[in-house]
Ligand binder design. Structure first.
Ligand SMILES: Cc1cc2nc3c(=O)[nH]c(=O)nc-3n(C[C@H](O)[C@H](O)[C@H](O)COP(=O)(O)OP(=O)(O)OC[C@H]3O[C@@H](n4cnc5c(N)ncnc54)[C@H](O)[C@@H]3O)c2cc1C
Length: 415
């Protein structure tokens, strides 16, 4: 079977990685794709899809081998998420979300806690959610107001978290808060170190609100969390006090690669659907796809998607190598792929006319789902800021190679 999009990225994969990709493609063809519309009609947790992804060891790619996982390279994971995103955002999100919520446990929990939780999380017997965002801290994420007050052998957590994916099904929450002493004045201060804590769902004082109605991404509901003096033993701390933000950031870098590949997968699917319509639909005496204007739209979409896939692949390889600039590369990949994904889904819907606007036609769902990738895990504006700030910082470094066309001396005084 041939595909509309290039298979060249598969050359970078090992035989066992290709086998898992082939399994994922088969699942998408036979189960996840055909079921996607039903999953997206109701915003309840897509338990059946999750079980399938666990059973076929796609969720396991996020976990170390010691805990039953396959510790996949990001270069493989982006291909898997792309395949899932091509048919069903919920399925793709379940795979990226498992990584986001478990990464800090992999990186920061004690050995005993890892042994207790990670095998069950890998097998889907337990689920975790990642709780960072708050009513007053979204893009400006350092503005957290949730506090973890040191108390005896642990902490008492108070505050609120907003938009938390799987909040109504997770057994455990990874919660990032500001750490402080009991005697300190009430409220969080920017000097308080960040701390990441694992909190079980049934802890007294912790309540999850009802699922919140949203535009898309059905199958992965979100809800708020409230913490009212929730007691947490120090054994559930991830990393040391002060490392909470860094642990969250590592998880977010991986999640950004996931958002990027999910957005591109969906964009690829949207173009495939629009192209199929263009071949079947006749307008003004010939197929829609025979009109030059339509061909140009398809050409732009396909070319830009292929360019963006190369950027995402390079960012994933950068993460796998542990490059110092892997986080900025992930920001570029996420910003480019998700903005492009929104544009391509909009254009694909336009190409399918009134049918594209119908709920029964998949592009309406693709169009709604595309928006979230531009907002979650750092919006496009936030990543633009990160990339721009990094560029200006590097441009000002004394060690930066000066452009050969510039003479020595000060640019402002010598010209
Ligand atoms: C479906 C869904 C699932 C989510 N899942 C989770 C989860 O599991 N865990 C979690 O912790 N969070 C989650 N989030 C939260 C998500 O990460 C935040 O919504 C996101 O980071 C943006 O924060 P905000 O919504 O508070 O937007 P705001 O911070 O209010 O920003 C509003 C707008 O202003 C723009 N903006 C901000 N700063 C600037 C600037 N300097 N210049 C120009 N523009 C700017 C932003 O880009 C954005 O478009 C989820 C959100 C949604 C909608």
């Amino acid at each position: 079977m041939t595909r509309l999009f290039s298979e060249r990225f598969l050359h970078a994969l090992e035989p066992d990685e290709l086998r898992l990709l082939e399994t994922t493609r088969r699942l998408c063809r036979e189960r996840i794709g055909p079921d996607a519309d039903a999953v997206a009609r109701e915003d309840t947790f897509a338990a059946g899809t999750f079980r399938l992804l666990v059973e076929h060891r796609i969720v396991a790619t996020a976990f170390p081998r010691r805990f039953g996982g396959s510790e996949a390279r990001q270069r493989l994971r982006i291909r898997l998420v792309e395949e899932l995103g091509r048919v069903c955002s919920a399925a793709a999100s379940l795979v990226t979300g498992a990584d986001l919520s478990c990464r800090a446990i992999v990186a920061g929990a004690s050995e005993a806690v890892q042994d207790q939780l990670l095998p069950a999380l890998c097998e889907g017997r337990l689920q975790a959610a990642f709780a960072l965002t708050e009513p007053g801290a979204g893009s400006d994420v350092r503005n957290l107001a949730t506090v973890a007050v040191r108390a005896g052998e642990g902490y008492r957590v108070s505050g609120r978290k907003k938009f938390i994916t799987r909040a109504n099904v997770a057994d455990w929450f990874v919660v990032v808060a500001r750490c402080r002493d009991e005697q300190a004045p009430a409220g969080a201060s920017p000097d308080d170190p960040f701390v990441a804590l694992l909190i079980p769902r049934d802890t007294p004082g912790l309540t999850a609100g009802p699922a919140v109605d949203k535009l898309g991404w059905f199958g992965v509901p979100i809800a708020e969390l409230a913490f009212d003096g929730v007691a947490v033993d120090a054994r559930w701390r991830l990393g040391a006090e002060g490392e909470g933000f860094a642990l969250a950031q590592d998880a977010l870098v991986r999640a950004r690669l996931g958002h990027a590949s999910m957005a591109l997968g969906r964009a690829m699917g949207a173009v495939e659907i629009a192209a199929a319509y263009c071949c079947e639909r006749d307008v003004f005496g010939k197929p829609l796809g025979a009109h030059q204007g339509v061909q140009w739209m398809l050409a732009d979409a396909i070319t830009q998607i292929e360019a963006s896939r190369a950027l995402v692949d390079a960012a994933a390889a950068s993460y796998d190598r542990g490059d110092a600039d892997a986080a900025v590369q992930a920001s570029m990949a996420k910003m480019h792929a998700t903005d492009l994904g929104m544009k391509v889904c909009t254009d694909a819907l336009q190409l399918t006319g009134g049918r594209g606007y119908l709920k029964a036609f998949p592009l309406e769902r693709f169009f709604r789902d595309a928006k979230l990738n531009q907002i979650g895990e750092g919006s496009s504006e936030v990543h633009r800021t990160v990339i721009g700030r990094d560029a200006v910082r590097r441009a000002g470094e004394a060690s930066l190679e000066r452009h050969p066309c510039l003479p020595a001396g000060k640019l402002t005084t010598d010209f």
